[in-house]
Ligand binder design. Sequence first.
Ligand code: SAH
Length: 407
Amino acid sequence: MKLTTSSPAILPTVIVRPGESDRILSGHPWVYQGSILRLTQPADNGDLVQVKDHRQRLLGTGFYNSKSKINVRILDSDRIDVDVNFFETRIREALAIRRRHLPKASSFRVINAESDFLSGLIVDKYEDVLVLQTSSLGMDLRKPIITLALKKIFSPRAILERNEMSSRKFEGLAEVQGVLDGENVSEVTVKMNGLKIAVDMTGCHKTGYYLDQQVNYQHVGELAKGANVLDCFSFLGGFGLHASRAGAVHVHGLDQSEVAVSAANKNALLNKVADRCTFEAANVFDWFKQQTTVGPHEKIVPRYDLIILDPPSFTRNRASIPDALRGYKEIHLRALKLLKRGGTLATFCCSHHISATMFQEVILAASFDANRTLRRTATYTQSPDHPVVPSIPETEYLKGFAFEVAR
Ligand code: SAH
């Protein structure tokens, strides 16, 4: 495989079946195996190919991989060279969007794959450390030139690779973690909305942290003035710390991971709010059950002014949607029982397979069972460093609402 292509004209050509080109023309970069009619000449996996419709009209240029269900990941609708300059230009374009929409942020997602027309590539910036994930063979093979482009733009202290995603096997790639450039950094203290959050660069969460909630932390935190807050699935304490800083009377965080709980406690100390924050290692489902199960003549006393629910995705595929919805309903029902009248439920769903409409319906079903009427006061989405491209529905996944208990 050549890292640069001197003459795009000689690229192998993938011809797609009649009727399959509309989706590509509308901007979706994936060409599935089943959409392909034939190849004009053999292509190596990871190579750059051009894609044409059955009338020989050019649809784009992208990376080929016969091992993946997605045979081609288109990078551009034109003929292009994929070299250091290509990556430098794309990364600078993406950076300009972040600077425009998150002007104060020093940690953010620099490249969000399809959202930035670089299918298979994620780059996160944690202050002066960059973390890279490559989920396609074409991108993985080009890590050296991507690293060069990133060095030129950011001069980072380190570029780390966090490629332990099991999904890499679908591209024939092994799970790896390591240093691509610079020093081996194990922890970075991220500055976010004026708070400090120590992030483990070797842990098991995404590339280290949930940068997609950056804007929502701030907005939800602002609802917490004078509030008794419950932060469920608290991880490093993102929501809880923002709530505390905004003037919450007390924040109690719950996470089943002991490691996350001790990191959240450490972050509370770092931000001088430890006297108003407690974090507990508990399974949220069990904890809620315990707190909302009462004897025949007892009543649940609602005691929270703000409850935050930000669970992991309960579903990775369509088949598990019904189970996921049951899980969402259960935590909402129990949370609503613990919320005071006038209190707020700030709730998130990060599964692409569950739409905002489905999510709201499940919350309404829970509110009906809890005998509460809700007033919606805010809707949330992913932070702008995870841009949504409507013609690529997979780019939209995070949705959230704030509901006040009206009655
Ligand atoms: N709200 C966090 C992100 C949550 S990620 C933030 O903004 O940073 C999901 C977290 O939920 C993880 O830390 C994981 O350990 C925790 N978790 C997953 N299932 C859980 C369960 N059943 N009970 C408690 N915590 C759980």
